[in-house]
Ligand binder design. Structure first.
Ligand SMILES: Nc1ncnc2c1ncn2[C@@H]1O[C@H](COP(=O)(O)OP(=O)(O)OP(=O)(O)O)[C@@H](O)[C@H]1O
Ligand SMILES: [Mg+2]
Length: 341
């Protein structure tokens, strides 16, 4: 079995070819960051229009790179949601049309299931069941993953996502979009302890998050001060530590509450070095193991969509002729793939 996958839920156009026996044959990502930077954030209509321009050439080049012709394919997977509806529709219509023309099934994949399953592409994949900390630009969730397709939400953010908190505070520091990675780099030069920002909801039981207050705290810290490089770096250090410590405490609490000892961290923020280092230390103390996708598969990519699509194809699932795209789509509403016969 071999599938082509297409991702277009936000500002990355991506394709991949995954083979059940041979593994990931090729993947490509075109990032629209340059297109949106001048606006300080993603402009949905521009994103859709750029996907229309990029996706078909990306499909052609990925098939060539993977030395694959349409006859070799057993299905076409695409991101069906959640995401920007126009952007999703571009990938969904292309994937659905190609599947129809090639006479193979199409599989509408849940974007977050893709993020959750991305670590399965690594040589040492995480065992099931485990707890997943999904930390991206749009989501911050703790999920109990029993097996592929069986997910129980343990807690999520009440307002801003962790990635969004990085991006919004980075903007306050004058960093260009997307600010997360830039803020993380700046934090390396900051002095620990100069600024201590709130660790929201750590003082209460439960597995929920709230990051929206961080923006106000940063705004207060900057008020009346001259914006020097030192000030920016010190604030960045404080912000990163506040987000990272909050994520780690809640993730370890989720392991405690579920009685599981494996943690998977995925989504864009899982690329954060401070998070990885501190979590490794905390987990080692408790004899727990942490798994991540490789750095390039932390943010949006089509390889993770291929993993989720292939699992569903193997289980005999596929979608009808309708083009599926949903801006909102609760992860828990996913049906688990039936056992393959
Ligand atoms: N090294 C890093 N440190 C902190 N944040 C980072 C780092 N690298 C990426 N990010 C953040 O990750 C986010 C992007 O991740 P991703 O592409 O998974 O999110 P998304 O696809 O926009 O959201 P979702 O998957 O929820 O729809 C951005 O908010 C970005 O700032
Ligand atoms: Mg994403």
């Amino acid at each position: 079995m071999r599938i082509l996958a297409i991702e277009s839920s936000c500002d990355e156009s991506a394709t991949a070819v995954l083979d059940a026996a041979g593994g990931l044959l090729a993947h490509e990502i075109f990032s629209q960051i340059e297109l949106h930077r001048v606006f300080g954030g993603v402009v949905p209509e521009l994103a859709s229009r750029d996907h229309v321009r990029r996706l078909l050439p990306l499909v052609r080049s990925i098939l060539a790179k993977a030395n694959t012709s349409p006859e070799d394919l057993s299905g076409v997977a695409y991101t069906a949601g959640p995401g920007l509806i126009g952007a999703l529709l571009t990938g969904a219509s292309l994937a659905r049309s190609l599947a129809y023309a090639w006479g193979v099934p199409a599989l509408g994949v849940h974007h977050l299931e893709g993020h959750l399953l991305a670590p399965l592409l690594e040589s040492e994949p995480p065992p099931f069941p485990h707890v997943a900390l999904l930390v991206s630009g749009g989501h911050t969730m703790l999920i109990e993953v029993h097996r592929i397709g069986s997910y129980r939400l343990l807690g999520e953010t009440r307002d801003d996502a962790a990635g969004e908190a990085f991006d919004k505070t980075a903007k306050l520091l004058g960093l260009p979009y997307p600010g997360g990675p830039a803020l993380a780099r700046l934090a390396d030069h900051g002095k620990p302890g100069v600024f201590t920002f709130p660790r929201p909801m750590l003082d209460r039981p439960g597995l929920e998050f709230s990051f929206s207050g961080l923006k106000t705290a940063v705004l207060h810290a900057l008020r009346g001060r001259e914006m020097t490089d030192t000030l920016r770096a010190d604030v960045a250090h404080g912000v990163q530590l506040s987000i990272v410590e909050t994520l780690i405490t809640k993730a370890l609490r989720a392991l405690e509450e579920t009685g599981l000892d494996t943690l998977v961290v995925s989504g864009g923020v899982s690329a954060n070095r401070s998070l990885r280092t501190r979590l490794a230390e905390a987990a080692r103390h408790q004899g727990r193991r942490v798994y991540y996708p490789r750095i390039e598969f932390c943010t949006d990519n089509a390889a993770m969509i291929a993993v989720a699509g292939l699992a569903r194809l193997k289980a005999g699932q596929h979608d009808g002729l309708a083009i599926q795209a949903r801006a909102r789509w609760p992860l828990e509403s996913l049906q688990q793939p039936p056992t393959p016969t």
